[in-house]
Design a protein around this ligand. Sequence first.
Ligand SMILES: CC(C)(COP(=O)(O)OP(=O)(O)OC[C@H]1O[C@@H](n2cnc3c(N)ncnc32)[C@H](O)[C@@H]1OP(=O)(O)O)[C@@H](O)C(=O)NCCC(=O)NCCS
Length: 194
Amino acid sequence: MAVAMTLHTSRLLLRPFEPADAEAVHHLAGSRDVAAGTFLPHPMDRQAAHDWVTGRLTDQSAGTSVTFAVTLAESGQVIGSIGLELVLAHEQGRLSYWLGKTYWNRGYGTEAVRALLDYGFTSLKLHRIYAPHFHTNPASGRVLQKVGMTHEGRLREHYLRFGTRIDVEMYGLLRQEFIACRPVIDGEPPPRES
Ligand SMILES: CC(C)(COP(=O)(O)OP(=O)(O)OC[C@H]1O[C@@H](n2cnc3c(N)ncnc32)[C@H](O)[C@@H]1OP(=O)(O)O)[C@@H](O)C(=O)NCCC(=O)NCCS
């Protein structure tokens, strides 16, 4: 499996996580507001953050997922994470992402998801990429709509998070749809890999 070292977008650089990123993960993903839309461990103390980063690196070596640290291209600051859980036998990937709360609502999530879709379909040659999001997390749904994914349905009371049963909205995109829609959904040139 080809794993890109970095993906470049206009404002972001997506690169593999390093163990030293655990401190940033602790600070960013330690927020309950960030955790509420995800299955990140919570509370995310330093050890949990270290274990989370190590787990991503282990899964990546095993070829079961690929995860990028989302960083600001200008400063190198880590602001979040984005990745694909892979089932290569079915040529599919499950998208997941989070950003530190300070960085929300500036278009970074959409920019990172666009880059991952391009990477998944172009480099990994996936046939389908899908993304579940909690019904209680409309910002995530909006990101998936903005990149051209299709709402495929709702899984009722599918997950239990912080003691509450949560409906899950499912979004998906097929390779042929991505290729057909790419000129429309790309507000900018495709990400550059290096
Ligand atoms: C989901 C997340 C990654 C979005 O990242 P982001 O950088 O804020 O996303 P963008 O700025 O690209 O787009 C956010 C969109 O949601 C909209 N939005 C924000 N809050 C909203 C709300 N409460 N209801 C409806 N729409 C909302 C914004 O207006 C924007 O849409 P617009 O461009 O049409 O105005 C970020 O909120 C996050 O990390 N949340 C916590 C972790 C998480 O939930 N991860 C997703 C798991 S599926």
